[in-house]
Design a protein around this ligand. Structure first.
Ligand SMILES: [Zn+2]
Length: 914
């Protein structure tokens, strides 16, 4: 049980961090020298399925005498090599790769158990090569074989190549057993235990749905008899449910989410196990009886029960039974299989009617409290069935182009853009109907929504859903996290803020879901969740010891439940992330696009201890004045006239707008405007797009920029603008010897705008962040710290956050919240000791540690001082998992507000101004 996910794999991308290749015992080395050109080398195999393009050995490799494996025009090509291994062994896998054109290339390690099944674990297992630069790059992975694993599969993955010249070469692949412990991460610093004195009154069950969601402590319960390699003695049955219910109640939960009735459309047991819940889904109507017994057992203990269902995903046998119900690919007219399941089209009136009928029966008879319904969207290239085509024509007046036409995924095509928006509406309509169906039988019933895979650049497009719509549908909103978020934890924070931005339009209760493999990991992740005032949906299938270990954490949440409810982002800086913009304008200028622009800004602010919040389309559609003091809207290309007016008014009322490139150059449908909608606010008019690198120079010191002057790394792309009378040019860009405005400052009304005529984000982006598109920055080159400083100064100086903290060590995460729950109003400042999770200035971690804060204080003889402006607080107290109970803090009242002294803190502290 020693091997936890954190110690499994270490990834390094930078060449200078790479050890010499001959350190250790070489188990395999592949130079492919003896393999004829064009062939697949012996021992390697191509995974079945997928459009793999051309693949085979090529004469030229990384070193003299080496050959390579070349892959071109591959939509999805996976070359695999299998090696028997033993748990606990350490391996280093290394490869060189060169890439031309589009596509992504990675090396990946998959683990397999004795039964041949994939061992699914929550850690990093792949390393992406740097794309675009046409040179040989090296990547390596260091991995410790997890328990129960007998086989390591090394996979060379190539995806998303488009044309024949999109090519990747792999060469010099080696598998080495390192002789030293050099590559294994340091062991985790053991997480402290959490101690809490729970009074009988703290744990009140039998509460309303709404109160339960506000103070959510939800356990996920599968009904299946096993999960991965973790044998579970028995299936949770109606007979055993009361015992489980009592155990969960005693553990501190107040709700369960059960998967036992996932497939409503299944009518028989005569089928292979279904993916996802395996044997957990009974045929209809047996599953209704089972669910009813289950719900009753948990209700008897005072817990709320939410049913986790699928809507459109269906077992494969549905294909034979109801071929006419299937979704149809827009591009090739075929039915679509996703994740080994068939997809049904909810625009098929027969299916929709039958599904909603069964749902009604389930809700009525089971007496469940709410639902979480997955797969309520038309995903990827669906749907182009007859019903969808008819409806699209009816709704929009536009005929959907026939199959085989190259309109799909072409964002320059107005029909495609229209289709994407139409599809979102279909999602919304279907969910609205599901909710109405639930409320018919349970007037106080709730829908739980969650958002997944936001790290995939096309997720928001392909999945046919949006974060905002999901949140609009659900009463509480969550995030299904992915493995890499653990290592790149500022990315996790940025994602939770995205979830919060949408959830605050509802009851502002958010949650995250992931499974933990060790107490250290669980504790660390729990702290991250607390910084975001996020609840968790706790997985049932974790090792038995973990179920006991998490009880104090749940009890801490129970004790402090009112502080984890009704919290709203309190930061005076807001970063815009617009789903609509990202859906309809996939490739803004430059290589960094979509949500990565948001992540670049957000993570930079988190790393600089600047509190910030996210605002999305739902916010932009409403008046923004009072929402924040500084609005960062880099590359917000698409904007409706109404949104532009909200931003204009925000600036006129005294706010600061920080914008860049083509912000407001397109209308809400993605059609280009002649000029920026916000030209008057920005103080400049649009002239032309310049798709060339340019060097930014600032000559005159400006107070808002912290007085920084000099040359910066080149802007990756720029826009030529003409300043208006009031627009002051703060910096210039030099493109091919020609100078043009680079930064324009404009006073507008009581506020101001700062416009960057080039692409700021690639310069401040943490390029190492895994699993999301990297920017083409030369190997080894880190962020442009001059730009990082300039940008953070600009944000800090313009926002002048109402919370100011003196004597704070670097790398402490600062979050602020406005509290409004039941009769309580207040303000909370949350400090998280992130000092152990920065590696050479990058927010990432190889292992968990919590260095002491006191020794890192800028002035060791002075306390940390937190000042809160405009506060009428009468007392201040602190709670923390680091100590029992509450600590009253002495409060000083000043002209500007109040302040408290904090001698030091441990791992996380919440300071509440009441
Ligand atoms: Zn359809």
């Amino acid at each position: 049980m020693r091997f936890n996910a954190l110690s499994i794999v270490v990834v390094c991308l930078l060449a200078q961090l790479c050890p010499a290749a001959d350190q250790g015992e070489t188990i395999r080395r592949f130079d492919f020298a003896d393999c004829p050109a064009g062939e697949i080398p012996q021992g390697w195999s191509l995974r079945q399925g997928g459009d793999r393009g051309q693949v085979g050995v090529h004469e030229i490799g990384y070193a003299e005498g080496w050959k390579s494996i070349r892959v071109s025009a591959a939509k999805a090509c996976y070359l695999e090599y299998s090696l028997p291994v033993k748990p606990g062994e350490t391996y280093r896998v290394e490869a060189f790769c060169r890439q031309v054109g589009l596509g992504s290339s990675t090396i990946q390690i998959n683990w397999h158990m004795a039964n041949g099944r994939l061992y699914n674990y929550d850690g990093l297992n792949s390393s992406r090569f740097r794309p675009f630069d046409k040179r040989w790059n090296r990547a390596f992975l260091v991995a410790v074989v997890p328990r129960n694993v007998v086989n390591m599969k090394l996979v060379l993955c190539v995806e998303n190549q488009k044309i024949n010249t999109d090519t990747v070469w792999f060469s010099g692949i080696s598998i080495v057993k390192p002789t030293s412990e050099l590559y294994a991460p340091a062991p985790d610093q053991p997480a402290p235990l959490v101690e809490v004195d729970l009074d009988s009154g703290d744990y009140n069950l039998f509460t309303s749905n709404l109160e339960t969601l506000h103070t959510l402590r939800m356990a996920c319960v599968n009904h299946s008899d096993n999960v991965m390699d973790e044998p579970i003695a028995e299936w949770v049955t109606p007979a055993s449910a009361p015992r489980y219910a009592k155990f969960l109640r005693d553990s501190g939960f107040n709700a369960v989410l059960t998967n036992g009735q996932r497939y409503l459309m299944s009518d028989s047991k005569d089928h292979k196990p279904y993916p996802d819940v395996l044997k957990g889904s009974l045929p209809f109507p047996e599953l209704v009886e089972n669910a009813a017994a289950f719900v009753k057992a948990f209700h008897d203990e005072g817990l709320k029960v939410y049913l986790h269902l699928t809507a459109c995903a269906a077992p494969m046998e549905m294909r034979e039974k109801r071929p006419d119900w299937m979704t149809v690919c827009v591009t090739d007219g075929r039915t679509k299989t996703i994740w080994g399941l068939q997809w049904l089209c909810f625009n098929n009136p027969e299916f929709r009617k039958e599904y909603l009928r069964r749902l009604g029966v389930l809700v009525e008879q089971s007496k469940c409290d709410g639902l979480m319904v997955d797969e309520t969207s038309l995903m990827y290239e669906t749907c182009g069935c007859g019903h969808c085509r008819d409806k699209f024509k009816r709704d929009t007046g536009i005929t959907m182009p026939p199959e085989g036409q190259a309109w799909y995924r072409d964002l320059s095509n107005a029909v495609y853009r229209r289709y994407l928006q139409w599809r979102l509406k279909q999602y919304m309509d279907f969910n609205t109907e599901i909710l109405a169906n639930l409320r018919k039988h349970r007037p106080d019933g709730v829908l739980l929504s969650y958002y997944a895979v936001p790290h995939i650049p096309t997720a928001w497009v392909d999945h046919g859903i949006s974060n905002e719509l999901s949140a609009t549908v659900g009463s509480t909103h969550g995030l299904e996290t992915i493995v890499n978020y653990d290592k790149y934890w500022t990315l996790y924070i940025a994602n939770m803020k995205l979830i919060r931005s949408a959830a605050e339009h509802g009851i502002a209760s958010i949650f995250a879901t992931r499974s933990d493999h060790s107490y250290n990991q669980m504790y660390y992740r729990w702290l991250l969740d607390l910084t975001q005032v996020s609840h968790r949906y706790w997985h049932w299938y974790v090792p038995e010891a973990m179920k006991r270990a998490r009880v104090p954490l749940l009890h801490w949440e129970t004790k402090n439940k009112n502080l984890l409810a009704g919290m709203y982002g309190g930061a005076d800086t807001a970063v815009v992330i617009s789903t609509r913009n990202n859906n309809l304008h996939r490739r803004p200028l430059g290589s960094i696009n979509l949500q990565n622009s948001y992540f670049a800004v957000g993570e930079t602010l988190t790393a600089a201890s600047i509190p910030w919040k996210a605002v999305g389309d739902l916010d932009l559609d409403k008046p923004l004045t009072g929402k924040c003091k500084t609005l960062v809207a880099l590359n917000l290309s698409l904007m409706s006239d109404a949104q532009a007016q909200n931003i204009r008014q925000f600036v006129a009322d005294g706010g600061t707008l920080i914008a860049a490139l083509d912000t407001s150059l397109y209308d809400e449908h993605g059609d280009r405007r002649r000029n920026f909608a916000l030209a008057d606010v920005l103080g400049c008019d649009f002239e032309a797009i310049v798709e060339q690198d340019g060097l930014l120079t600032i000559n005159q010191p400006q107070r808002f920029l912290g007085g920084i002057t000099g040359e910066f790394s080149s802007y990756e792309a720029s826009v030529r603008v003409k300043p208006r009378y009031d627009g002051k040019v703060w910096g210039t860009i030099n493109v091919d010897g020609r100078s043009m405005p680079g930064v324009v400052h404009n006073k507008f009304g009581k506020g101001q705008a700062v416009y960057f005529a080039g692409h700021v984000e690639p310069l401040i982006y943490f390029n190492e962040l895994h699993a999301i598109t990297v920017t083409p920055r030369p190997e080894g080159q880190s962020r442009d710290m001059a730009m990082v400083n300039l940008f953070t100064n600009l944000v800090k100086n313009t926002a002048e956050d109402r919370v100011q903290i003196d004597n704070l060590p670097a790398c402490v995460v600062v979050e602020t919240y406005r509290h409004d729950y039941n009769d309580k109003q207040g303000f909370m400042v949350c400090l998280f000791n992130g000092t152990g999770f920065f590696t050479e200035g990058r927010p990432q971690k190889e292992s968990i540690s919590y260095p002491d804060i006191r020794s890192q204080l800028p002035d060791k003889d002075k306390p940390i001082v937190i000042r809160l402006a405009d506060s009428t607080a009468t007392r201040v107290f602190a709670v923390s998992p680091d100590f029992r109970g509450r600590t009253e803090l002495e409060m000083q009242r000043t002209d500007a507000g109040v302040s408290v002294k904090l001698p030091t803190f441990g791992n996380l502290i919440m300071i509440y101004f009441e």
